[in-house]
Design a protein around this ligand. Structure first.
Ligand code: FAD
Length: 307
């Protein structure tokens, strides 16, 4: 952590329009948002907050919808705040929570480390990837974690190992002393991670990143605001296949539309409200359940109050 000071150096914003901070470009407002300048500053800020202040951590908002009625409490923005990224003497990569996945992938390749390529196509931060166990093309971030660094509500730094968590498909929970899983507490956040990647051919890794990104451009509605896959894939099947088989591609509520390009994506075609998007998610869920008997579970996070 950088040298602690006893004054805050970050930026506190009030009544923040969250549509500017989520990839869906829709949704309500949040009462307060703090963007720290570094980890020491964030720790100091947390210590200034009342114990009962609701907290939410946001990276790039690429998996998040804030309902139109907004959110009480304080949002901690890690993107642009926790940006440290380096290789340790023991070979592990240390990445702070606000580092974008694409930057991590490129950094690893530049240092002739392989296995981080999949992060290049995930438009979120390292912290968001840890909270979601983000992954694609057969890899998930927690496969690579040696240990994580967590900042508590009291502003203290704690290191934990993967054994302290119950990790599943797009799911991460903490374990209590008896090993029982419980939801990740919102009043502590991932601030950094040590990742292990094998040594290999950096040039081949850069080529793999390029191929992977081309594949995404061909198959996903990049360029129209979205939040990636809306639903988790049910066991043995694909949410996109089920949605398409129910004829729901192009189904619309207000400005929200089931993407014509990828049925598990909902795009904001312009002016969508969070209610449009949530309403469309519910309609897709109901139609797929009625026609196939399969209940799709959202992968994206929806928070805040309805209007
Ligand atoms: C075009 C597109 C493609 C995508 N492709 C993929 C994909 O292939 N695979 C995949 O897994 N996902 C994919 N996603 C979804 C998304 O990018 C990932 O879930 C990503 O990990 C979210 O990171 P974020 O920083 O944007 O998190 P946010 O959306 O900001 O937050 C998501 C959740 O994580 C929590 N969180 C964020 N940061 C922290 C932190 N530091 N500590 C604790 N909790 C935190 C938030 O509170 C929230 O609950 C895609 C999204 C888009 C838009």
């Amino acid at each position: 952590m950088s040298e602690p000071t006893n004054f805050l150096r970050g930026e506190l914003s009030l009544d923040v329009d969250m549509s500017r901070h989520v990839s869906w470009r829709a949704g309500g407002r949040v009462a307060r948002m703090y963007q720290a300048v570094d980890l020491a500053d964030l720790a100091l800020f947390l210590r200034t907050l009342p114990q009962d202040e609701p907290l939410l951590t946001v990276g790039l908002g690429s998996n998040l919808l804030v309902r139109d009625g907004g959110l009480r409490g304080t949002l901690l923005l890690t993107h642009g705040a926790l940006t440290e990224l380096h290789q340790e003497a023991d070979g592990l990569l240390y990445a702070q929570a606000g580092v974008p996945g694409a930057k991590l992938a490129r950094f690893a390749a530049t240092h002739d480390l392989i296995g981080a390529e999949f992060c290049a196509g995930i438009p979120g931060t390292v912290g968001g990837m840890l909270a979601m166990n983000a992954g694609c093309y057969g890899s998930e971030i927690w496969d690579k974690v040696a240990r994580v660094q967590v900042l508590t509500r009291a502003g203290e730094l704690v290191e934990r190992t993967p054994a302290d968590y119950a990790i599943g498909y797009r799911s991460v929970q903490r374990r209590d002393d008896d090993g029982e899983p419980f939801p990740l507490p919102t009043d502590e956040l991932f601030v950094g991670v040590w990742l292990k990647f094998e040594s290999g051919d950096g040039a081949a890794s850069r080529l793999a990143i390029k191929t992977l990104l081309e594949k995404r451009v061909a198959s996903q509605p990049i360029g129209t605001p979205n939040a990636g896959s809306v639903f988790r894939n049910p066991a043995g099947d694909h949410a996109a296949r089920l949605i398409e088989s129910c004829g729901l591609k192009g189904c619309k509520i207000g400005g929200a539309e089931v993407s014509q390009k990828h049925a598990n994506f909902i795009v904001n075609t312009g002016g969508a409200t969070a209610a449009d998007i949530e309403g469309l998610i519910e309609r897709v869920q109901a139609e797929v359940a009625a026609r196939t008997g399969i209940h799709l579970h959202p992968e994206i996070r929806i928070i805040g109050e309805k209007q």
